[in-house]
Design a protein. Structure first.
Length: 161
């Protein structure tokens, strides 16, 4: 087991070199590499003890990175963190910290402004439908999406955005 733990630790450190990971994500990756459960658990506990991994820190990093790379909604961000094995309460705190000072409506407007060039020249209904889908897939709530689509594309059914 000693050799297995040492190899698992090396593999874990290699994975962490590329980017921070949640504990569940690290456990899954090490298990996929064929390390036994005891070795994986020992490595994860050791890395947590020395401060190289921690779901709270990972969640804050991940949420901030996601918000800065592309405007996304709270819902999508929470789902992405949960899919990485982060506790829902930790995810909520991290998303709150990452989105502080910028509401979903403001981020949705920002996302829409990046998308409007691709919508130019399309019939208004087509532009509205595509923008609605685009913003919805980025995790913005229906109310926010509806508001932004109306602002960007207007109320009518003909013309361009």
């Amino acid at each position: 087991m000693k050799e297995s733990v040492s190899e698992a630790r090396t593999a874990a450190l290699r994975l962490l070199k590329f980017r921070p990971r949640s504990e569940a994500e690290l456990k899954n990756r090490l298990s996929e590499k064929g390390f036994d459960e005891a070795a994986v658990q020992a490595v994860v506990e050791d890395l947590r003890r020395v401060g190289l991994i921690g779901d709270a820190r990972f969640a804050r990093y991940f949420a901030a990175q996601q918000i800065s790379s592309k405007p996304v909604g709270r819902r999508l961000l929470l789902n992405r963190l949960r899919s990485k094995g982060v506790d829902p309460q930790l995810a909520e705190v991290a998303v709150q910290a990452a989105t502080e000072g910028k509401e979903d409506l403001e981020r949705a407007r920002e996302a829409a402004s990046h998308r409007t060039a691709a919508l130019k020249g399309l019939p208004r209904q087509t532009a509205q439908r595509r923008l609605f889908g685009y913003l919805s897939r980025r995790g913005f709530s229906g109310d926010v999406v509806y508001k932004v689509v109306r602002e960007v594309c207007g109320h009518g059914s003909t013309g361009s955005p």
